[in-house]
Ligand binder design. Structure first.
Ligand SMILES: Nc1ncnc2c1ncn2[C@@H]1O[C@H](COP(=O)(O)OP(=O)(O)OP(=O)(O)O)[C@@H](O)[C@H]1O
Length: 527
């Protein structure tokens, strides 16, 4: 079990997407006033722990904090409620209501396509959720069956739209700077694919694809790779599934218009889908059937689509571009080797074949004016980040089976740690160190600046750069020998030792002579 902040304890992973891992979690204590839902100790919740790349991106953190209030106030009976946003160390997490039930993608895979009436009613509730969020200025931007959870209640299944704001967070300037795209090719609106400005109409397009998939069992556009799918969104009309009632096809066709200005608003979409559901069922009255046939009148283009805020598109970030992913992972329903409805893709941008402007790639965007290079200085939201972190008390690390821990990092050779970070010191890099459970101490006032002695340049490599074992010892021995030789020379030349030596030698010679004559004497006596 792993704690998140002081208030929540992660219990088991529920699933993993491109932007993070969702956990079943338990509330340890009542959350503070910054949470939308205080909760009770012991209550189960779902927590989405955002991926390291996102959590390590200051722009994502900034957006996370900036959009906190928007996400927390977004409440609707068809939206999974966000209860709290946790920033702890380098960890970002969204605390949500736990929905006991499958997501629509899984449900569809396990149970097959929906009837036209059921599909219309489910999508109508999704459209209700979109109408509420669009009215609040929030565009989802990653609508797909996997992001619709089915809550099983006494009065049947209730679809709940989740992952609000995740696409907004993931679409960070930092990520677009490194030229990546977050999205799901099978559900991407043509204008998003082309990097044109996005409005709430992208969600209507997503709802149209979702409705199509519910009745047909697969989305209208598939392909061997992301690029093919995107091209089909841009240039192909969807094929009408066989046996689909005319009114439902009218709704789908309007939602999937290539021009966003021609798509209906979410409220109109919800109304029209209910009219269709009432008019195409077996028990429909003649009036209901007639109303369904005239559904086009309810699908007037949205006069005031919600716009994606400026910071999400330009200025901070260049327009999101959908870029090729020629990876062959996953299995699609129609095409082996590639699943265009697989979890949100993070696609690397390449200038190679199939890339924007490359052969077969989507049309290249006019070059964005070059921004002057940003110094790697402190992020303007750094103090807010720290304040948010300080709100979360110390984490007590508890044992967790490492094989179950998706937060586990690959072993990394850590570079020499910089000295304890001063709040206003420039960071060496925009990317921060790997998150580790750690204690955050309250921010101390900065100490008065002391004149620092000039730093000694670090000794590098040295004479033994290849680290030959024993060479250090050999060097020491040779040095000692040299010193001894020098001492010997000095002693020999500047002390009376040579005389003593000569005297000693003559004494020895005399002694030898003495013993020689004694030996001669005994030789003579013997002979
Ligand atoms: N509030 C929740 N309650 C219960 N289960 C949830 C909740 N939110 C998400 N899940 C489950 O967690 C799993 C992973 O969700 P997540 O949103 O990370 O994945 P995704 O939507 O498939 O991918 P992506 O993040 O790429 O859009 C899904 O299978 C979903 O059913």
């Amino acid at each position: 079990m792993r704690p998140v902040g002081s208030k929540y304890l992660l219990e088991e992973p529920l699933g993993r997407g491109a932007t993070g891992t969702v956990w079943r979690a338990r509330q340890r204590e009542t959350a503070g006033s910054e949470a939308a839902v205080a909760g009770q100790p012991g209550e189960t919740v779902a927590i989405k722990v955002l991926k390291e790349e996102l959590a390590n991106d200051p722009d994502v953190v900034m957006r996370f904090l900036r959009e906190r209030s928007v996400l927390l106030r977004l409440t609707h009976e068809n939206i999974v409620r966000t209860r709290d946003l946790v920033v702890e160390g380098d960890l970002l997490a969204l605390v949500m209501d736990l929905v006991e039930g499958p997501d629509l993608h899984r449900y569809l895979r396990e149970n097959g396509p929906f009837s036209p009436v059921a599909a219309a009613l489910v999508t109508a509730q999704v459209a209700d959720a979109l109408a509420a969020s669009h009215a609040d200025g929030v565009v989802h931007r990653d609508l797909k069956p996997a992001n619709v959870l089915l809550s099983e209640g006494p009065d049947g299944m209730r679809p709940l739209l989740t992952d609000f704001g995740i696409a907004r967070l993931a679409d960070s300037p930092g990520l677009t700077r490194t030229q990546e795209f977050v999205g799901t090719p099978a559900y991407v609106a043509p204008e998003s694919a082309e990097g044109r400005p996005q409005t709430s109409a992208v969600d209507i397009y997503g709802a149209g694809i979702l409705l199509y998939e519910l009745v047909a069992g697969q989305p209208p556009f598939s392909g061997e790779n992301s690029l093919q799918v995107l091209h089909r969104h841009l240039g192909e009309e969807p094929q009408r599934p066989p046996g689909l009632p005319d009114p439902l096809w009218t709704v789908i066709e309007r939602c999937l218009r290539k021009q966003p200005e021609e798509r209906p608003g979410a409220a109109g979409l919800a109304r029209s889908l209910r009219t269709v559901a009432a008019g195409v069922g077996a028990q429909a009255t003649p009036d209901q059937a007639r109303a369904a046939l005239g559904v086009a009148a309810l699908l007037a283009p949205d006069p005031q689509p919600a716009t994606v805020p400026e910071g999400q598109l330009t200025g901070e970030a260049a327009p999101t571009q959908v870029l090729p992913n020629t990876g062959q992972g996953g299995a699609g329903q129609g095409t082996p080797g590639f699943d265009p409805s697989a979890p949100t893709n993070v696609l690397p941008q390449t200038g190679g074949p199939g890339g924007p402007g490359g052969p077969g790639g989507p049309p290249q965007q006019p070059p964005q004016p070059q921004q002057p290079p940003q110094p790697d200085g402190p992020h303007p939201w750094q103090s807010q980040m720290r304040a948010a972190r300080d709100r979360n008390e110390q984490t007590q690390v508890q044992p967790l089976d490492p094989s179950l821990d998706p937060l586990r990092r690959r072993p990394q050779r850590r570079p020499q740690q910089p000295p304890p970070q001063q709040p206003q010191q420039p960071q060496p890099s925009r990317r921060r160190q790997q998150p580790q459970p750690q204690r955050y101490e309250p921010q101390r006032p900065p100490a008065p600046q002391q004149p620092q002695p000039p730093q000694q340049p670090q000794r590098r490599g040295g004479a033994n750069p290849m680290r030959i074992p024993g060479l250090g010892c050999l060097k020491g021995c040779l040095f000692m020998i040299l010193i001894l030789v020098v001492i010997a020379v000095l002693v020999w030349n500047f002390t009376p030792v040579p005389e003593w030596w000569a005297e000693g030698q003559s004494f020895w010679e005399k002694t030898e002579d003495f013993f020689g004559s004694v030996q001669d004497f005994f030789d003579k006596v013997g002979s």
